[in-house]
Design a protein around this ligand. Structure first.
Ligand SMILES: [Zn+2]
Length: 197
């Protein structure tokens, strides 16, 4: 079931979803706030939003900065999908040597909501839209997924390992979001980003 509600004096607009989870969860998908509630529980979405309003505000500012940053960036349209696949395989080879982990399979496809993902069976899938990003940013995403082979969750240990190679992960995450906005700009113009204004 989907419902849209306006809260915080006209601040975020959010979508309410119900899933088989134990605790309520907040997520920003491409700049839109989603309140995910456990099925069958009587928790009011307003309550969850109110409880986490500081986090929501911080996220909104992060998204606003990323949007601003997207105007000064350009896409690497000259890199073909084949070039991109070769590049990712080379990066993986280099890192697996050092990290002593390797994915079982490497897959590529266009993805709608993420840059990449790592399955429980240690298969890594990369969004082919990554081909439009600079080499350094592709490396950041590849490294992130390889770390998931040993650390599934985005917990402190995960980010500490990330910071061994990328000291300011916040800046890198913001950069990634800027590119996301740049690639999906046309769709966002059609009201996709109402949550952050
Ligand atoms: Zn991750």
């Amino acid at each position: 079931m989907l419902t849209h509600t306006k809260v915080l004096g006209g601040n975020p607009t959010y979508k309410v979803l119900y899933r088989e989870i134990k605790f309520p969860r907040l997520e920003f998908k491409s700049g839109n706030l989603e309140v995910i509630l456990p099925k069958g529980h009587r928790i009011e979405p307003e309550e969850v939003v109110e409880r986490h309003k500081n986090w929501i505000r911080r996220r909104q500012l992060f998204i606003r900065d990323a949007l601003k940053g997207s105007s000064s960036k350009s896409l690497h349209i000259e890199r073909t999908v084949e070039d991109f696949k070769d590049l990712v395989r080379r990066i993986i080879e280099r890192h697996t040597h050092r990290l002593r982990v390797s994915p079982r399979g490497i897959y590529f496809r266009p993805m709608r909501t993420k840059w990449a993902s790592c399955s429980n069976k240690n298969n890594i899938t990369f969004n082919t839209k990554l081909r439009l990003l600079p080499l350094s940013t592709i490396d950041y995403v590849v490294y992130h997924e390889l770390i998931h082979l040993v650390n599934r969750k985005h917990d402190t240990r995960f980010w500490n390992t990330m910071r061994k190679r990328y000291r300011n992960t916040d800046t890198w995450e913001k950069r990634l979001l800027s590119y996301w906005f740049l690639i999906h700009r046309n769709r966002n113009r059609k009201g996709h980003l109402i949550a952050i204004h």
